[in-house]
Design a protein around this ligand. Structure first.
Ligand SMILES: [Zn+2]
Length: 116
């Protein structure tokens, strides 16, 4: 397993085995509870109060560039009306909401903790 795969499959940054989220690793499920400690190696996943506040910025940046690409692609590439482009974007973002939330948190903790 690579670091990228550990991030995308929402695994613990220290062992790449235990899952970050309590209910499995379905990145699209709307169940957001995280483990306090890694169920496999015991790594502290709640490093300090408000630790995941920073993952909000990752989510914001990812969503921003993604939105630009989708709306820009639809308008410039396919000649879609801007209202339809925004509607399509809204639908895509609702579907990807849980995925973006979880990937951001996974990326954030993988920034600060490396494999042991
Ligand atoms: Zn672990």
């Amino acid at each position: 397993m690579t670091k990228l795969k550990a991030i995308v499959s929402l695994k613990c940054p220290a062992c790449w085995e235990g899952s970050l989220f309590v209910k499995g690793n379905n990145p699209f499920s709307f169940y957001f509870d995280m483990h306090q400690k890694c169920p496999h190696c015991g790594e502290n996943l709640m490093r300090e109060p408000g630790f995941y506040y920073g993952s909000m910025f990752i989510s914001y940046i990812m969503t921003g560039f993604f939105s630009l690409a989708v709306v820009g692609g639809l308008i410039l590439g396919f000649g879609v009306d801007w209202r339809w482009a925004m509607f399509v974007l809204a639908i895509i973002l609702i579907v990807l909401y849980a995925f973006i939330y979880k990937i951001s948190r996974s990326l954030w903790i993988h920034f600060f903790v490396s494999k042991k």
